[in-house]
Design a protein around this ligand. Structure first.
Ligand SMILES: Nc1ncnc2c1ncn2[C@@H]1O[C@H](COP(=O)(O)OS(=O)(=O)O)[C@@H](OP(=O)(O)O)[C@H]1O
Length: 201
């Protein structure tokens, strides 16, 4: 009797465990399938159909270190191993004047425009909070990560930078959060350039 009771209690446990394992594997597979389909659709919608280079998105590309090492687009230009940018203030004005002449993507779905606003602030100055407040607005498109374009990746050019930016419609602006352009601000070069109509955002 005792054997029968034990015998009946024993075998169902592995079976139940197998069922649970099977259900878990199945749900994991379904989740992965949905995720893959969604990502695929997103890529098709934003890059391939538009003929734009495929971009690595900041956080999903493995964080900022990877972001700085990787080339976000398949574009001609310096590779990550090449020496880094010339100093931003010296080269900023001529490069930024190109902003209107090099749009990629389809006007129907929006274009990748350079930022219309930059949030500048010292480290721990609360720039993330400012960004989060501003991006609540439905017409604002903002990067979630910092591309460090002006201080570390300037030599990679505007196309590299633009690749990280979202497609925006004609009415939408977008805000990028990044480190302060400390040297430029200390020397007063940015206000002077703006006053002289250099077009620095
Ligand atoms: N409104 C307001 N008042 C006071 N303090 C504030 C405010 N908003 C953000 N914070 C604090 O700012 C810190 C984050 O700053 P940043 O977003 O510039 O961070 S970072 O430098 O890019 O890492 C971060 O500080 P720590 O928590 O000490 O890291 C935030 O708590």
């Amino acid at each position: 009797m005792a054997y029968r009771v034990l015998g009946r209690a024993g075998p169902p446990q592995p079976r139940r465990a197998r069922r649970l394992l099977f259900a878990f594997t199945l749900s994991l597979s379904c989740t992965y399938l949905c995720y893959s389909l969604l990502c695929c659709c997103d890529d098709l919608g934003q890059s391939r159909l538009l003929g734009a280079p495929r971009c690595l998105r900041g956080p999903s590309a493995g964080g900022q270190k990877l972001l700085q090492k990787s080339r976000p687009c398949d574009l001609p230009g310096p590779t990550p191993s090449e020496p880094s940018a010339p100093s931003a203030p010296a080269a900023a004005a001529p490069a930024l004047r190109l902003s209107g002449s090099n749009h990629s993507g389809s006007p129907r779905l929006g274009t990748k425009r350079l930022p219309q606003a930059l949030i500048v602030g010292v480290k721990k100055g609360g720039t993330r909070a400012v960004l989060e407040f501003i991006r609540v607005h439905p017409d604002v498109r903002a990067l979630g990560t910092e591309p460090h374009f002006f201080d570390r990746n300037y030599g990679r050019g505007l196309d590299w930078y633009r690749c990280f930016l979202a497609f925006v419609g004609p009415r939408e602006g977008k805000v990028r959060r990044g480190p302060p352009r400390g040297r430029a601000l200390r020397l007063g070069e940015v206000p002077r350039a703006q006053a002289e109509g250099e077009g620095i955002p």
